[in-house]
Design a protein around this ligand. Structure first.
Ligand SMILES: [Fe+2]
Length: 282
């Protein structure tokens, strides 16, 4: 086994060298990949040449691959739904996106925090990139939990937070005007215990977290604003500049991610898979 793990940032992220994911992965290498994933939260495998079957096989090292889910109402994003693969892209064919999450900045969020059983991980494979921008920022939510002032942590311990998602990219959903029956949403622990590592992580994000249980609207907003700022502290954020052939996996139970803006008139194409998860506990 020739696996080499190179830290991308002191707090989160590593580059993994010495494995060709287009070939079958032996058990020893797979175990080392899982260990590196638990330790680093986000892994980038540079210079990979992967078709769908190879990306699927690499993903299966980390768990069972999830199928895509349709929004509750409306067309939502484009592309096929009878597949685990989703294209994250701004490419439009015949007037309709061939995938989802088009262009522009996207605020910090967890993927699928609004599911009853949030997916453990997401994998993105970079196929077409713009000449500038489009970096993805990853923030370490174990560290964010550590950074919450003790009085605020005591006030929030044991509370749940409403996570919701309506395919918006840079605005909070308005609870007064949103019809929850039409939007995927779920109450989650505000602080989760990571099922694999046993460590506590902050589980909120600016894009998807709308209200804390048992607090007045104003108290909830004040606490969330504080938590958003902590969760986005640059000291715990790694910004990944993509290269074609990067396969990146991140852990949605202990990290949030955000996307930088990029030129709209240049094509960007990423192939995405997610790994099944489980109900998250306090
Ligand atoms: Fe995402």
């Amino acid at each position: 086994m020739n696996l080499k793990i190179e830290k991308a940032h002191p707090e989160i992220g590593a580059r993994v060298w010495g494995v060709d994911l287009s070939k079958p992965i032996d058990a020893e290498t797979a175990a080392a990949m899982r260990k590196a994933f638990d330790e680093n939260i986000m892994l980038a495998f540079p210079e990979q040449e992967l078709g769908e079957p190879e990306q699927l096989r690499a993903a299966q090292v980390f768990g069972a691959v999830a199928m895509r889910k349709k929004p509750i109402v409306g067309d939502g994003p484009g592309g096929n739904f009878d597949t685990p693969f989703m294209l994250v892209t701004n490419i439009v064919e015949n007037g309709k996106s061939i995938g989802a999450f088009g262009d522009g900045e996207m605020w910090f969020h967890h993927d699928t925090s609004y599911y009853p059983e949030p997916h453990r991980a997401t994998l993105l494979y970079a196929m077409k990139l713009t000449s500038t921008g489009g970096e993805t920022r990853f923030s370490n939510m174990y560290r964010a939990y550590d950074m919450i002032p003790q009085p605020l942590r005591d006030k929030l311990e044991g509370r749940r937070v409403l996570q919701m998602h309506d395919y918006k990219r840079r605005e909070r959903l308005n609870l007064d005007t949103s019809d929850l029956s039409k939007i995927r949403h779920n109450w989650q622990p505000l602080f989760v215990t990571h099922p694999a590592t046993g460590k506590k992580a902050l589980y909120i994000s600016r894009l998807m977290s709308s209200q804390i249980e048992g607090l007045s609207r104003q108290e909830s907003e004040d606490a969330l604003e504080q938590l958003f700022d902590i969760s986005e502290n640059p000291a715990i954020v790694y910004e990944h500049s993509w290269a074609i052939g990067d396969l990146v996996i991140w852990d949605n139970w202990c990290s949030i991610h955000a996307r930088n803006d990029f030129p709209r008139d240049e094509p960007r194409l990423m192939r995405r898979l997610t790994i099944e998860g489980q109900k998250l506990a306090f």
